[in-house]
Structures are given as structure tokens and as C-alpha cells.
Design a binder for this molecule. Structure first.
Ligand code: C2E
Ligand code: MG
Ligand code: MG
Length: 396
């Protein structure tokens, strides 16, 4: 441990940088700083040889602050050279969660180099977080409040719980390389990965796949809508000067691929939904038998009002109230649950009506509402999917 402290003093510890690439454009968009111990003879000691011991003794916090400072120095140099600065993530040990004045210290270092806080990302492993209870929620919120972003590192490497991710107010989810075994050819593994990326997107988190080594893995990550790629396929962690040189060029690192050749069911459904939402900003799923509904609205998946579930009869009540007075009766009658059930029993496949609806801006617009009856895959309940289409102004 003394050796490590001396190494810090003798400036033998160095931040290496591993670029993170935008999955779509293949260009560098950010990087992760990873510590290396460079011995006087030039040999490089990797972190796994000294970080675990440094964790045990708590000295790791010194290492993390030292790397933070080096990162700020590097960013400051980019600025002086009028080069594009990319956000850099720094690994912080679990000890920092209980460190007094953590935020003041982090702000102090970044401010002394005049680095905007949004250029620094605080990375903390999932395993460091799980046993911290509410303390970790407060800590993450405070770090974000100060303008830094927060990444959950090594997600999926061990004790992952969906409950945990749901509650974490983090910005970024880093998917651990252990989840990308082989070329992602195992069907079950693919399904698990697809689902992780899907829920991360729904929770509005940026996703990074760590340890991408093959073109096949990259292809699969593209179909999962993974945001960023970090892995040997594109670049290994490198010294500062090499990183700065690479940032200056920043050529796309991956050839364009046709994602449809490797489409996943989840990815295909996602594409389909984006097309449906282009025409129908509101889609409602209703169970007429049970008098319930579930609503999906464009770009509003997790907004306060949507997805909302509730009682179908009340939904029609609200809908009716928002219609032009002359259209209210026809709307209420057409979409009354009993009338829809009758229509379904009579073998009618769909029910359609055009009405004038009052918008938030106080203007009436023509809306076409179409109900499609569908067979429930799991029961005899009568289901209906409602597509609401705003008709062009010119038709008014
Ligand atoms: P990490 O934060 O999860 O960093 C990612 C590790 O994956 C890095 O290992 C990186 O070199 C490696 N990696 C990236 N792409 C690939 C790939 O395609 N294939 C393979 N096989 N590996 C890849 P590294 O640099 O040896 O760091 C190991 C761990 O040590 C880090 O894992 C992090 O937990 C810790 N660490 C590194 N630097 C620091 C630091 O400054 N502070 C603290 N507290 N921990 C650090
Ligand atoms: Mg990391
Ligand atoms: Mg990691």
C-alpha cells in the first residue's frame, strides 16, 4: 500500500482512456478513464493487480481523486487546443458513497480546471450500490444535482435486480461484458439482453455495451438499440496522447451494416411502433369484457399521464367531454361499451368515426377514431385496439 501511495507521489499512476463510440455513427462520443501503474522500467501494472487491495485499505479513494484530476487536466488541454471535448467517465469506489464533502471535492477539482460538470461522469459499480439502501439514492441524486452524470457500471455481472435499477436515478447503464458471451448466438442470452436494453430505454437511460470484441456482437447491439459501444473491437484503453490524437481524427470506426439482416423481434416491434405513432399519436388497448384500458401516447411512454390504465367507460366519458357539442352524442353512442360489444357479436371487424376534438390550445380539430376488434391470446375477453388519427387541417 505504501508502494501505491509512493506511486501516486512519483506520478507513476496514469489515466488511460478507452473511447466510447456512438453505435449508429461509429464515432467517438465519450470515454472512460482507467488507471494504469507505469513502473520506472516502463512495465504496466493493470488495475486488477492493485485496485482490490487499495479497495480494502481505502487508499483507492486517493487513486480515484488523482485520476479525476488527470482527466480534468486532459480536458483542459483539449480546450486550450480548441479541440472537441468529450465527456469522460471516472471510476469511483464504493468508499466515496460515505466520503464527507464528496460533491464539494468533485466540484472543487473540476471547477479549478474550469471544466463544465456535464463533462464528468461518475461511474460506480452495481455491486457497490446494492447494499447501500436509501443512502445510495441520495448520493446519486446529489451528484446529479451538482451537474455530473452518473453511470451504473458492470450491470448484469452479479447481483442485478430490476427493482434496483428501477429505483436508481442514474443516467447511464453500462452492460457488463460477461453478458456478451461468444457472438451473442445463444437465443436465451439474446432475449435477456434485448429485454435489458428495452427496459433501460423505457427508463430513459443511456446504454453502453462494455467489452464488445466482435462484429457479430456489434451487429446484435445495433439491433438492441444500444446507444454506445466500448470494447476492443474499436479501441483498447490508451495513453492520453494517443487518445487526444484519435479524438482529433474521429473517423467512424465501424462500417455501416444493414440492421434488418439481424433484426430481433423486440427491435422489429420497436420499428413498427415508431411507424404506427407517426400516423396515430394515440393508441389505446381496451378490454371491453372487463371494462379496462391501457393507453400509449407518442414519445410519452412514461410521462405522468401515459401509459395510463383505467376504466373504459370513464375513458369514453372523458373523450365525449372533449368533443365538439354537436359530435358528443354520436361519439358516446358509437363507442359505448355495450354498443361495441354488440358490433363485435354481429361480426363487424372495426368501428370508425370522425369527430371534432378540442385540443390543449382551445382549437377543435378533426380526429378519426378507429376501433379494431382483436382476439385475446389468453382468454375469451373481447379486446379492442383504438387508433386515433389527427386529420390534416386542410380537410376541416
Ligand atoms: P471497468 O470499470 O468495468 O472497466 C472496464 C474494463 O473492461 C477495463 O479493464 C477495460 O480495459 C476492459 N475492457 C474494455 N473493453 C474490453 C473488451 O472488449 N474485452 C475485454 N476483455 N475487456 C475489455 P481494466 O482497465 O483492466 O480495469 C478493470 C477494472 O478496474 C475496471 O473495470 C474498474 O472496476 C477498475 N478500475 C480501473 N480504473 C479505476 C480507477 O481509476 N478507480 C477505481 N476505483 N477503479 C478502477
Ligand atoms: Mg468502469
Ligand atoms: Mg464495467
Amino acid at each position: 500500500m505504501n508502494d501505491i501511495l509512493q506511486a501516486i507521489r512519483r506520478q507513476e499512476l496514469q489515466a488511460f482512456y478507452q473511447p466510447q463510440y456512438d453505435t449508429v455513427t461509429g464515432r467517438i462520443v465519450s470515454a472512460e478513464a482507467l488507471v494504469r501503474w507505469i513502473r520506472p522500467d516502463g512495465s504496466i501494472i493493470p488495475p486488477f493487480r492493485f485496485i482490490p487491495q487499495a479497495e480494502e485499505t481505502g487508499i483507492v479513494t486517493e487513486i480515484d481523486w488523482y485520476i479525476t484530476e488527470q482527466v480534468c487536466r486532459m480536458l483542459s488541454r483539449q480546450k486550450q487546443n480548441q479541440e472537441t471535448q468529450f465527456p469522460v467517465s471516472v471510476n469511483f469506489s464504493r468508499h466515496h458513497i460515505r466520503e464527507e464533502n464528496f460533491i464539494q471535492k468533485l466540484s472543487g477539482i473540476t471547477d479549478s480546471f474550469q471544466i463544465p460538470h456535464e463533462l464528468i461522469e461518475v461511474e460506480i459499480t452495481e455491486s457497490a450500490m446494492v447494499n447501500e439502501g436509501d443512502k445510495i439514492l441520495e448520493w446519486i441524486s446529489a451528484v446529479r444535482q451538482a451537474g455530473f452524470s452518473v453511470a451504473i457500471d458492470d450491470f448484469g455481472s452479479g447481483l442485478s435486480s430490476l427493482q434496483f435499477v428501477k429505483d436508481m436515478p442514474a443516467d447511464v447503464l453500462k452492460i457488463d461484458k460477461s453478458l456478451l458471451s461468444g457472438n451473442c448466438e445463444n437465443e436465451k442470452e439474446r432475449i435477456v439482453l434485448e429485454s435489458i436494453f428495452y427496459f433501460a430505454k423505457r427508463l430513459h437511460m443511456t446504454t453502453i455495451a462494455e467489452g464488445v470484441e466482435t462484429k457479430e456482437q456489434l451487429g446484435f447491439m445495433k439491433t438492441c438499440n444500444c446507444d454506445k459501444i466500448q470494447g476492443y473491437l474499436f479501441a483498447k484503453p490508451m495513453p492520453k496522447t494517443d487518445f487526444l490524437a484519435l479524438c482529433r481524427i474521429n473517423q467512424p470506426a465501424s462500417p455501416e451494416t444493414d440492421i434488418l439482416q439481424m433484426q430481433t423481434p423486440m427491435g422489429a416491434a420497436d420499428l413498427l411502433m415508431s411507424v404506427i405513432f407517426r400516423k396515430y399519436p394515440l393508441v389505446i388497448f381496451s378490454n371491453l369484457t372487463r371494462n379496462t384500458f391501457y393507453m400509449m401516447a407518442y414519445e410519452n411512454f412514461t410521462a405522468k399521464a401515459c401509459p395510463s390504465t383505467g376504466i373504459f367507460d370513464e375513458l369514453i366519458g372523458h373523450g365525449t367531454a372533449s368533443m365538439h357539442p354537436e359530435d358528443q352524442q354520436s361519439f358516446a353512442e358509437t363507442f359505448a361499451r355495450q354498443n361495441l360489444l354488440k358490433a363485435h357479436a354481429a361480426g363487424i371487424p372495426q368501428v370508425r368515426l370522425v369527430t371534432r376534438q378540442l385540443g390543449d390550445d382551445g382549437i377543435y380539430r378533426r380526429v378519426e377514431t378507429t376501433d379494431y376488434f382483436v382476439k385475446s391470446p389468453s382468454s375469451d375477453d373481447v379486446l379492442v385496439i383504438t387508433l386515433c388519427d389527427n386529420l390534416p387541417e386542410t380537410e376541416q
